[in-house]
Every structure is written in structure tokens, then in C-alpha cells.
Design a protein. Structure first.
Length: 244
């Protein structure tokens, strides 16, 4: 084997080549992004499409104005706070209920159709009801966000617990394992991948639920700013709010 071939086959050389490939892809992505922004600005200037698509310069100006007024930080803090609390509550609720119904199979068989029927309801249509139940304050957005997160975490946790090897559980019981030992050493580790997948998937839904709640009834927040901008057909303020 030649020296160059040995270098290419070594783990260190492989890592260097892989890093160079990733860096090359990153450069291409940056160039593509810059090109798309330049084309966008050029089309807006040439064909006067500011009303429909705005332009990068107009969006930057609106974003800077939003920041200078102090509303950007306030709105982001409120929306992220509501989304964060909703994510935590929905994750805990979905994880606990999914674990219980997945582990106690009789309960799971009984309640699974009811959970599925609630899940199939159009969630956005429920937003006005949440205003009626929880008012127009932050609690409304928190609970609506938690509802969306709940179902994502519930189904992944439920399926993960159902995938636990029952033969392994039976053998553990024969060896004298207690119920707590089976939960902590078999069920939870076995389903951890499913649970974390549900958490990762549900994270954007927490933000979506909060913004939808702010669409319906709010006095501040990113969703409120988007709604306010669309009311006045101000595309330049809608897009920076979406990017946040």
C-alpha cells in the first residue's frame, strides 16, 4: 500500500476529509443563500413587487425599527416564555399518560380510540374555545401550546412502551426484579429513543400553538405582531416576525 493510500485510509485523514466536505457544503449553502437574497432584492426593485413579497432591505429596516422600539425583545420573551411553559406541561402530560396507557395494555386498548378521536379534531378550530376557557392572557397560549405538544409526545411514548420486549420483562420478573426496577431499567431505557423523538418533533409545535393563540386573542407577542401587520397589509413587518 502506498503512503498516500495509507493516509487516506487512516482515521485522522478520514476525519479531515469529512470536515473538508462539510465545510465545502456550508460554503455552497452560504453562497446559495446570498444569491437568493440578491435575486429577491433585484426582482423587488425591477418589478416593484414590494407589496406582495417585500424585499430584504425593507425587512431589515422593519426589523431594526421593531428592535429600536423595544417591542422585539418584549414580544420574543413573551412568546418564548409561553411556548416554553406549554412545551414542558405538554411533554410531562404526554409522557406520563403515554407511559401509563402503553404499559397497562388494557387501559391503553380502552382509551386509545378516545385519544385518537380527540387528536383528529382540527386543533386551530379549538383556539377560540381556549379563549373562552382560559381568557386572553398567557394561560390561553400556554394551554393551547401544551395541547399540541401533548399529542406528539403521547403517541411516541405510547408506541415506545408498546415496543418493550415482553419476554425480557418476564425474565426480569423471574429473576426477582421489582416493578420499579422493570420501569427504570427496562421500560424507560427501551423507550427513551421514542420519547426523545417525540420531544424533538413537538418542539416546533409548542411555538406554533403559542403563535396561533396569539393570532386569536393577544395584546403582545410575535403572533400578535404578525396579525397586526397583516391587518394593514404590511408585508415588510410580517416576514421579519415570521423569521423570529
Amino acid at each position: 500500500m502506498t503512503e498516500s493510500a495509507e493516509l487516506q485510509s487512516s482515521p485522522r485523514a478520514g476525519g479531515v476529509l469529512e470536515h473538508a466536505k462539510r465545510r465545502g457544503v456550508l460554503y455552497i449553502q452560504i453562497l446559495l443563500l446570498v444569491a437568493l437574497i440578491a435575486i429577491w432584492q433585484g426582482v423587488a426593485d425591477r418589478f416593484d413587487t414590494e407589496f406582495w413579497t417585500s424585499s430584504p432591505l425593507s425587512i431589515l429596516a422593519a426589523l431594526f425599527q421593531w428592535y429600536e422600539s423595544g417591542q422585539l425583545v418584549t414580544d420574543l420573551q413573551l412568546t418564548l416564555f409561553e411556548a416554553g411553559i406549554g412545551f414542558v406541561l405538554g411533554s410531562i402530560g404526554g409522557g406520563v399518560v403515554g407511559f401509563v396507557l402503553g404499559w397497562v395494555r388494557k387501559l391503553g386498548d380502552i382509551f386509545e380510540p378516545f385519544v385518537l378521536s380527540i387528536y383528529t379534531l382540527p386543533k386551530i378550530a379549538l383556539a377560540p374555545l381556549f379563549v373562552l376557557w382560559f381568557g386572553i392572557g398567557p394561560l390561553n397560549k400556554v394551554m393551547f401550546s401544551a395541547l399540541l405538544v401533548f399529542f406528539m409526545v403521547f403517541f411516541t411514548t405510547f408506541q415506545g412502551i408498546r415496543q418493550v420486549d415482553l419476554d425480557l420483562v418476564a425474565n426480569a420478573r423471574l429473576l426477582g426484579a421489582r416493578r420499579v426496577d422493570i420501569w427504570t431499567k427496562i421500560a424507560i431505557p427501551y423507550s427513551a429513543v421514542w420519547v426523545f423523538t417525540g420531544l424533538r418533533i413537538s418542539l416546533p409545535y409548542a411555538l406554533i400553538g403559542t403563535i396561533v393563540g396569539e393570532f386569536v386573542a393577544a395584546q403582545a407577542g410575535v403572533g400578535f405582531r404578525i396579525k397586526e401587520a397583516t391587518t394593514y397589509f404590511n408585508t415588510a413587518e410580517v416576514l421579519p416576525a415570521l423569521s423570529c
